[in-house]
Design a protein around this ligand. Structure first.
Ligand code: HPA
Length: 233
């Protein structure tokens, strides 16, 4: 069995899938952190791998950029491959002065400017939230590792190059910590299938300052985010 976008057979994919946006990052992470790795998908180069981390089976697959892309892959993982949890590990832009490059944001929820949830024809607005079980564990692990992390709301946007330069300020004024482009669709898809999802983000740029960071800091938080996600599997 396969889908138009995934050539894996049932059983090739673990119950928990970690999803970076970039498929080459999925390859790097699988080769760096997992044992007994095998590639289950190569369709459209959206690389996916399954291997073993500390004795547990775990998969890592690219999501692509944007809600249409993660919407497709997460739908198929939940619906066709028996996946129970998807943990997005991505990057975001900081919307708050106190949130610096390479800090970690654990998304409690996501707002959106997308129509993604309109498909459900709800009589109101869908609030896309993370699995509390995964969120609580991730916070505990982040605390243990001593990394700088923030937990709160985020904004998943359809638009990277926004014509309205003030749009990010408006979301910031409602308390959103960071902007990215996938979490809302992932949370909504998980809710639709009654499955679990979490989004962990490393701040890659800031919409409020022009700060820079050292390679050492980058390495440290990136590794921490990965280890948090792997330990949730
Ligand atoms: N905007 C949207 N998505 C992002 C950004 C951003 O500034 N940084 C990383 N992902």
């Amino acid at each position: 069995m396969s889908t138009p976008h995934n050539e894996a057979k049932r059983g090739d994919i673990a119950k928990t899938v970690l999803m970076p946006g970039d498929p080459l990052r999925a390859k790097f992470l699988a080769e760096t952190y997992l044992e007994d790795v095998h590639q289950f998908n190569g369709v459209r180069n959206m690389l996916g791998y399954t291997g073993i981390y500390k004795g547990k089976k775990v998969s890592i697959m690219g999501s692509g950029m944007g809600m249409p892309s993660i919407g497709i892959y997460s739908y198929e993982l939940f619906n066709e491959y028996g996946v129970e949890s998807i943990i997005r590990i991505g990057s975001c832009g900081s919307l708050q002065k106190n949130i610096h490059l390479r800090d970690i944001i654990i998304a409690q929820g996501a707002c959106t400017d997308s129509r993604f949830a309109h498909q459900y024809e709800l009589p109101g607005t869908f609030s896309a939230i993370s699995s509390f079980e995964l969120l609580e564990k991730a916070v505990h692990l982040a605390k243990e590792k001593g990394v700088t992390y923030h937990v709160g709301n985020t904004i998943s946007s359809d638009i990277f190059y926004h014509a309205d330069a003030t749009s990010s300020e408006k979301w910031a004024s409602m308390g959103c910590l960071g902007v990215e482009m996938e979490a809302y669709a992932l949370f909504a898809t998980a809710a639709y299938f009654k499955k679990k999802a979490l989004t962990i983000l490393t701040v890659s740029d800031s919409l409020v300052s022009n700060e820079e960071t050292t390679a050492q800091e980058r390495e440290k938080t990136f590794t921490a985010m990965m280890e948090i996600a792997l330990e949730l599997a």
